[in-house]
Design a binder for this molecule. Sequence first.
Ligand SMILES: [Zn+2]
Ligand SMILES: [Zn+2]
Length: 288
Amino acid sequence: MLLGAHIGISGGIENAPFTARSIGCEVMQIFSKNQRQWKVPPLAEETASAFRVNLVKAGIKAVGVHASYLINLGTSDPGLMRKSREALTEELRRAEAIGAIGVILHPGAHVGAGTAQGIENIAAGAQEALAATSGAKVQILFENAAGAGSTMGQSLEELSEIGRRSEFEKRVGYCIDTCHLYASGIDYTSEAGYGRLVDSVRDTLGLEKVRFFHLNDALFPLGSRKDRHANIGEGTLGKEGFRRLLNDRNFQATPGVLETPISDDKDHPYRSYEKDLETLHSLVRTGR
Ligand SMILES: [Zn+2]
Ligand SMILES: [Zn+2]
């Protein structure tokens, strides 16, 4: 797996690749804008091209853009639906401009309308955003959910049902979050458990459709349905859950990024990432 982390963009989006490099990332994830705001000024072409240049300079091999948490494609509320679809379209445009492989998206919540309706809404929303950016290569990568409330995509079956509905088959893939998997009740810490997970990914999403990983330990126990991340090896998932995944040849060229808690130290917020990356690297077998 190619390892990296989610990097903040407060120092300018175009500088984020250097921050990533400085802490030892091979790949990275960013928000392409303030993720708590619906409307933002468009990304200037100079900024996008500076980002692409700096990515090469920093030797970062792949970038994923995490979509804003405000977006809920699963909603049946017409106003929120419209805003969510437009915001996703803008996310795709920005991600394409900076050369990202995909926009990582939480599928959404049906908020009481039921799973079937929620899935319909998500599929239609994704379809609209993909059609509006039909010349682009950038993908939507649906992320598995921990299972809180009415969020969808907590089982791999449900996640694949959401993804399979798109006509833009090549532009739809998945991001698997290790914490969310564990919180949703999938135990892959044992060899047998990991084997079952891989079989189930193969049968539902398709191994080649998993294009990104979020590498997070879990703060709460197996099946908690709580989306709370812990630093690697310090949570309930523990190092064993990561060891098998990191040494799985199916995912040897797939990007995997940390979204673990950052340090309190204001001058060195990513010290914790450095430690987590070190832990992850220590779990990779060297082939000797
Ligand atoms: Zn995640
Ligand atoms: Zn999470």
